[in-house]
Structure formats: C-alpha cells, structure tokens
Design a protein around this ligand. Structure first.
Ligand SMILES: C[S@@+](CC[C@H](N)C(=O)[O-])C[C@H]1O[C@@H](n2cnc3c(N)ncnc32)[C@H](O)[C@@H]1O
Length: 258
C-alpha cells in the first residue's frame, strides 16, 4: 500500500518538520545506536544521522527505503537501510540505545506485537520515542472518514491513530517504558491554496487514501467517497476558502525502557 501513490513527495510537501522534531525530543547525539522503525524515506533517520548517530532505518516498503537511500546519499550521509516488518524486527535483543518511529510503527496492524518488538530491541535504560497522529486530531478524523470505504483490515488489526492516545500507550507498554514526555503538538499545513486540494493530494499520493478510493470505486461508491473527502477538507480548514490552513495533531511520547 505504501508504495502506491507518491509518499516521498508528501513528505517533501508538508511532513518534513516531524523527523527533526522527534530526533530532538529523543535527545539523539553522536555515537548513539539508533533504530528508526517504519522509517519510510528517512524523515527521522536522516536528521538522526546528521546529529552524529549510528542509524539503522527499517521499513516494510523497499521503494521508500530506496528513496531514503538516495536522499541520504545526496546529503553525504551513510545509514543502514533494512527491509523489516515492525511486528518481527530482524535485530537482536537490547541492540539499540534509541528506538524511534515517526508516524510509522502506528501503521503496522498488530499493536501489541509492535510494542513488544520496540521494547525487545532497545537496551535497558535506552529511549523509546514515538511520534503518532492522535485519534482526536485531523488524521484520526481522516481515518474515520475513509473507514467505511476502505478494504477490510487484516485480522487482529487495530486503528493506527490509537498510538496517539496516552491511554493506549500505557496499555501497550505498561511498566516496561516510563514515558517522561507525553506532549500533544500541531503540524501546521499551508501548502494548499484551496481546502479541497488537500484531499486531491491525498487521493493522488497517500497509500491508505488510494486504497479506500479504489475500494469505493469497486463497490460503486466513488462519488460518495469523493463527497465525504471534500466535506472533510472543508470541515478541517482553519484558513479561508482561497488560503487554506490545516492543523494535524500528533502525540510525542518519549520514554525510558526499564
Ligand atoms: C506515514 S509513513 C511514515 C514514514 C516515515 N517514518 C516518515 O516520518 O515520513 C508510514 C510507514 O510505515 C511503513 N509501514 C507500514 N506497515 C509497516 C510494518 N508492518 N512494518 C514496517 N513498516 C511498516 C510504511 O512502509 C511507511 O513507510
């Protein structure tokens, strides 16, 4: 799903601030062994490498890792790029000082499996850092809007935006991670003139939206899908009709692994 559309260009259009924000929140510095889970094109991995860390960027989608490798190469950085499922990481126990994920691990279907893996590969006393869209924020609402049109999720899957809930994280990690930072922040988006251009951008470039639209088309509900997405854009526009502005809420959770 994440190889469809053009996720790398979405990152360039409005997601770039998230990676450096997570790297800063995790306190990443020279010599640290850092694992970025569901790293995509390296939005967090690349700034971590720029901070001097020894970075492994892992993701399920080889096309995105390849785009990340090119970006890192252009910046003169060397990172390790590894194809990996967040639910079964191919790394040894306690092998990283920092295990982080920027709007990434949240998209693997089985949350408990992912949480177990994040804990397993992080050394005791190390840092687990997660940046996730919140259920109450704009992307949480986008997933609720798309849900009725989307293909059925895999068995056992839970909704991605749950990772942006403090209670859900407490349930997933229990006493294994002491979250010292749990902060909600906004990503402001001013890249679109008219509000519905935001929806068009998602239909063209964002895997989950492309999948929902294709499924709606199959069941003869594409017009209904388009109307729902237009209404969503109008509802969440905080600017004007010809100068759109959106705010996407995310949770930054930084904790120490017991
Ligand atoms: C919204 S993108 C985030 C990418 C990047 N971290 C960023 O900040 O731009 C979600 C990423 O999760 C990855 N992903 C989805 N399911 C995954 C899984 N089970 N294991 C590893 N990566 C996964 C996708 O391939 C995609 O790169």
């Amino acid at each position: 799903m994440w190889a469809s559309g053009d996720y790398p260009s979405m990152v360039e259009t409005f997601l770039l601030p998230l990676g450096p924000r997570l790297v800063e929140a995790c306190g990443i510095g020279p010599g640290m062994r850092v694992l970025d889970v569901a790293a995509g094109t390296g939005n967090a991995s690349i700034p971590a490498a720029q901070a001097g860390a020894d970075v492994t960027a892992s993701d399920l989608t080889p096309e995105l890792l390849e785009a990340g490798r090119r970006r890192a190469g252009a910046a003169g950085l060397t990172l390790e790029w590894v194809e990996a499922d967040a639910e079964r990481l191919p790394f040894g126990d306690e092998s990283f000082d920092v295990v982080m994920s920027s709007i990434g691990a949240m998209f693997a279907p089985r949350h408990e499996d992912v949480a177990d893996e994040l804990v397993r590969v992080c050394r005791p006393g190390g840092t687990i850092g997660l940046l996730s869209w919140t259920p109450e924020g704009m992307i949480g609402a986008l997933f609720r809007t798309m849900g009725p049109f989307a293909p059925p999720p895999p068995p056992g899957a839970q909704p991605p935006p749950l990772w942006g809930s403090e209670e859900h994280l407490a349930g997933l990690f229990g006493t294994r991670v002491d979250f010292r930072t749990l902060t909600r922040e906004m990503l402001e988006i001013t890249a679109f003139e008219r509000p519905r251009e935001y929806g068009e951008h998602f239909k063209e470039k964002y895997g989950p939206t492309i999948a929902a639209q294709a499924n709606a088309r199959k069941s003869g509900r594409e017009d209904e899908f388009n109307e729902a997405l237009d209404a969503f854009c109008d509802e969440w526009n905080r600017g004007t009709s010809d100068d759109a502005r959106f705010e996407q809420e995310y949770l930054i959770a930084i904790g120490t692994r017991a």
